[in-house]
Design a protein around this ligand. Structure first.
Ligand SMILES: CC(C)(COP(=O)(O)OP(=O)(O)OC[C@H]1O[C@@H](n2cnc3c(N)ncnc32)[C@H](O)[C@@H]1OP(=O)(O)O)[C@@H](O)C(=O)NCCC(=O)NCCS
Length: 161
């Protein structure tokens, strides 16, 4: 499958409804670590906090000008570790966009920060997610893998500036 051309733009408060709908998709909830339904007010507060957090990098992924998903990095500091979170519009899954979205997000993070390692925490039952992160180069670097939650990591070389 050819690699889809994706672009990223920063999330704004106007994306609240879009992100809310994607986050409440049953498959997304099932694969999350807190799997209950999300309330609108709680979601708005959460998004406002994320948008004001200097250690959060949050992007809408676009394909042919239309939003298809989101990728978010929560950083420990701008030169240390980050945790990645990704989800696609439920209608756009199964097209090979997941790996491309991760790669686009990682490239952007390398440009904008000196983060040296990115971790993805994934339930072992989430086969599609395990696969897309592995295809994007993430590996389990721990001596003893966890039985229920995989931590796949990508070590980064600094990008030329
Ligand atoms: C994870 C996610 C981004 C992947 O999206 P995607 O790129 O459309 O994924 P696909 O459905 O194309 O599946 C990716 C790969 O996994 C494989 N796969 C999917 N479901 C599978 C299953 N149940 N068992 C085995 N392999 C499976 C696909 O065959 C595909 O393999 P290929 O690339 O070799 O063809 C998307 O499913 C999503 O948004 N899920 C909800 C949120 C989520 O789980 N986020 C990650 C939290 S860590």
């Amino acid at each position: 499958m050819a690699t889809p051309e994706l672009s990223l733009r920063e999330v704004t408060l106007e994306d609240a409804k879009l992100l809310f709908d994607w986050a409440n998709d049953p498959d997304t909830r099932r694969h999350s670590f807190s799997s209950g339904a999300i309330e609108w007010r709680e979601h708005r507060h959460w998004l406002q906090d994320k948008l004001h957090d200097p250690l959060c990098r949050f992007y809408i992924v676009e394909h042919a000008g239309a939003p298809v998903g989101q990728v978010r990095f929560d950083l420990k500091s701008v030169d240390a570790a980050a945790v990645i979170s990704i989800s696609l519009d439920p209608k756009r899954r199964g097209e090979g966009l997941g790996t491309a979205a991760i790669c686009a997000g990682v490239a952007r993070l390398r440009q904008d920060t000196d983060v040296v390692v990115i971790h993805a925490f994934i339930k072992q039952t989430n086969a599609a997610s395990l696969r897309v992160f592995q295809k994007a180069g993430f590996r389990d670097l721990r001596a003893k893998p966890d039985a229920q939650v995989a931590r796949l990591s990508l070590e980064l070389m600094p990008a030329p500036r």
